[in-house]
Design a binder for this molecule. Sequence first.
Ligand code: NAI
Length: 288
Amino acid sequence: MTTIAVIGLGTMGLGIAQTYAAAGFAVLATDAVPEARETALGRLRAGLAPRVRAGKLAQADLDAILARITVVDGPKAMGATDLAIEAVVERMPVKQSLFAALEAVVAPDAVLASNTSSLSMAAMAEGLARPERLLGLHFFNPAPVMKLVELVAHPGTGAAALDRARRLTEAAGKTVIPCPDRPGFIVNRCARPFYGEALAMLEEGRSAAEIDAAMQAAGYPLGPFGLIDLVGADINLAATESLAAAMEGHPRYHVFDALRRQVASGDLGRKTGRGFLYPDEPGPAPKD
Ligand code: NAI
């Protein structure tokens, strides 16, 4: 049976684990924080319970999804994986040392993938014994709902790894789009001015609520601040800083103080219970 490993059971990792398990794959899951490991299956159950109550998911199917996920102590217990996807903090050294630990235990043809929003895959591959098996698989939030997965090759990524990652991810119902190994790939790069102009207006004195109300009335499913609350202000800041550095301070990628202050305040959005708008204006519930 094909086995997917997921490392990091926060906002994204939990959703990625659910996505592959729902498609019938065996999933090994872990997190560096014991509490995150202990609560992972309970959080997934709680997240899916409303769909069971609404008659959109059978209780037996929920149980089957959870039964396919095995929470393990750490990367050392993930040797049996065919595709390992990391969704840990957006910091290059953390991701690199995780891949070094995985390389020591997985089969030679196992694929290693990063869910990074903005880091260079070429830089991430440096130091790996087999850089040809590293690639980016960038899911969007919420991972079980959003169709798009950006597939990112660095110059040394091999065709076999790309083919396997694409096949397994399409089998999980996703639309896989190849992207250049450039800062922000496609979607996060296009999204920077969307956030940036909203943050500029906030600094000019407009409120987050009125900016989002205008954008939603214009047809966007979420306004820029609702989206930051969903993604996490810390993740948004990390992606913006990473793009600003890679683009050598080009004004299109300016890092606004309003975003830095939000992160410093600790009100990161849904994951901390408070954000620019959340919980006052939670935005639309995720679709099925
Ligand atoms: P998060 O902060 O919700 O979760 C990160 C998890 O990783 C935490 O549970 C943490 O304990 C764990 N962790 C940290 N270091 C670890 C290590 N060395 N080994 C194992 N577990 C470790 O973060 P989130 O939002 O899930 O983001 C994770 C990655 O996904 C980042 O690279 C981010 O840029 C990317 N991403 C985030 C999106 C979002 O909307 N939040 C969207 C797409 C990508």
